[in-house]
Ligand binder design. Structure first.
Ligand SMILES: NC(=O)c1ccc[n+]([C@@H]2O[C@H](COP(=O)([O-])OP(=O)(O)OC[C@H]3O[C@@H](n4cnc5c(N)ncnc54)[C@H](O)[C@@H]3O)[C@@H](O)[C@H]2O)c1
Length: 408
């Protein structure tokens, strides 16, 4: 069957890894036809890496005029995802965008509308959904094995980052360049798994602490408490400043609980509903029979490659998408609501007040511009030297780095 000719826009850390995987034939069904980056040094890298066999552009609008391309993968800084994806979808291309879907929900809703109108395949790189542990957990919840869900508690503070990481790109760790900190950069994977498992909450109260551990403009330490109209509650704690970190997800239901930690999923299952025991006339809790199942240690391929292959198969044979692009909006509702809760010092109901969110985000960007006039220098930087961004050539390009995965 014909390969899908794809162009990758943004060939920094992530985009170069996708481009190389496709070029090397690892993403069955996709063939690399073009790349695009505003940075001259990245274009020079591409010239050498792809032996002159791939077209190279400096402006994505030119790439979208290429008559031979059918699909576009977007791996630029977050703010640009909706703009480039929207233009590509309107231009008749299939699109796979990097996470997060964008920085604010109104832009992402416009992108989703363009996708719906286009009829093209639209996916998002939420590669953690391919993890067999999360898939088994989702199945267990959907099959009702945990009973009615009561609560979720997730501590994810193994997203440790050094100051050099934040210094490696002038867009990083700023409201203007990135639109936030750990919630918009590292946590979209976790926030997506959260909503994928138990849905988007109805209201959120959060504390997002700015620069607790690093010299940055945005938050690196977060605690979110969320509630659902159904009565379910969720607690989410994350930071990039604690080492060694913890990654423990616990979901409680009326018939048992699930715990995912250290690469294992443990299910503690009862053959009756706790609420029946609660109604019993016995004063002491009768000992419910609890069975125990454990899963883990399954060897899997890198989730990024699996999402690339799924994207290709969706285009070629109509395979069901693992991560439909429209679903990128859901985790953004959660992170935007957490910011708004911090900024207003109050609960935020979902869907949130987008106008207020954008006005308060803009305030922060303006303040940052005044205080740090060079915070936007990435827009003028040409070429954006790899060395200046802290990248050792050949070390972080071309491979999917361990730090991009949720480490249990
Ligand atoms: N799915 C994952 O596991 C994962 C992991 C890392 C990063 N990401 C995402 O990938 C995106 C990029 O992150 P990164 O770490 O590769 O950043 P990066 O800074 O290394 O790369 C971004 C690249 O985009 C280029 N760029 C900027 N504006 C552009 C434009 N208008 N047109 C074309 N190119 C442009 C930059 O020059 C740069 O080379 C982010 O949104 C990030 O969240 C996802």
């Amino acid at each position: 069957m014909k390969q899908v000719r794809v162009g990758v826009v943004g060939i920094g850390n992530m985009g170069s890894a996708h481009a190389v995987s496709i070029f090397q034939g690892k993403a069955g069904g996709l063939s690399l036809a073009a790349v695009c980056d505003i940075s001259r040094s990245r274009r020079e890298w591409a010239e050498a890496a792809f032996d002159g066999r791939v077209k190279i552009f400096s402006d994505y609008r030119e790439l979208l005029k290429d008559g031979e391309l059918e699909a576009v993968i977007i791996a630029t800084p977050h703010f640009l995802h909706p703009e480039i994806a929207g233009a590509a979808l309107k231009g008749g291309f299939h699109v796979l965008t990097e996470k997060p879907a964008g920085v604010f929900t109104s832009a992402v809703r416009r992108m989703n509308a363009a996708a719906a109108e286009s009829g093209k395949v639209f996916s998002i790189m939420l590669n953690q959904r391919t993890d067999p542990l999360f898939q088994r957990l989702k199945e267990s919840i959907e099959e009702g094995r945990l009973g009615e869900i009561k609560s979720m508690v997730w501590i994810v503070n193994n997203w440790y980052r050094t100051q050099a990481y934040y210094d490696s790109g002038s867009w990083r760790g700023t409201w203007s360049g990135e639109g936030g900190g750990i919630l918009i950069n590292q946590c979209p994977h976790n926030l997506d798994i959260w909503q994928w498992l138990i849905g988007v909450p109805d209201r959120i109260r959060a504390v997002c602490r700015t620069a607790r551990y690093h010299d940055i403009q945005v938050e690196d330490d977060v605690a979110i408490y969320a509630e659902y109209q159904s009565g379910v509650s969720a607690c989410f704690i994350s930071s990039t400043g604690e080492y060694p970190g913890t990654n423990r997800l616990e979901i409680s239901g009326s018939r048992g609980k699930a715990v995912a930690e250290n690469g294992k999923l443990r299910l503690y299952l009862m053959d009756c509903d706790e609420r029946e025991l609660c109604r019993s006339s016995e004063q002491a809790m009768p000992e419910p029979p609890v069975s125990f199942e454990e899963y883990g240690e399954e060897e899997t391929e890198d989730g990024h490659i699996l999402i690339l292959r799924n994207f290709a198969a969706a285009i070629r044979n109509g395979e069901k998408l693992i991560a439909p692009g429209e679903e990128g909006l859901n985790s953004l509702w959660i992170s935007n609501a957490a910011y708004l809760s911090q900024w207003t010092g109050d609960w935020v109901e979902l869907p949130l007040n987008e106008v207020l969110f954008e006005a308060l985000l803009k305030e922060r960007q303006e303040r940052e511009k005044q205080d740090f006039s060079d915070a936007l220098r990435h827009q003028k930087e040409e070429p954006q030297e790899a060395a200046a961004r802290g990248r050792e050539p050949g070390t972080s390009d071309e491979v999917y780095e361990r730090r991009w995965s949720v480490r249990w």
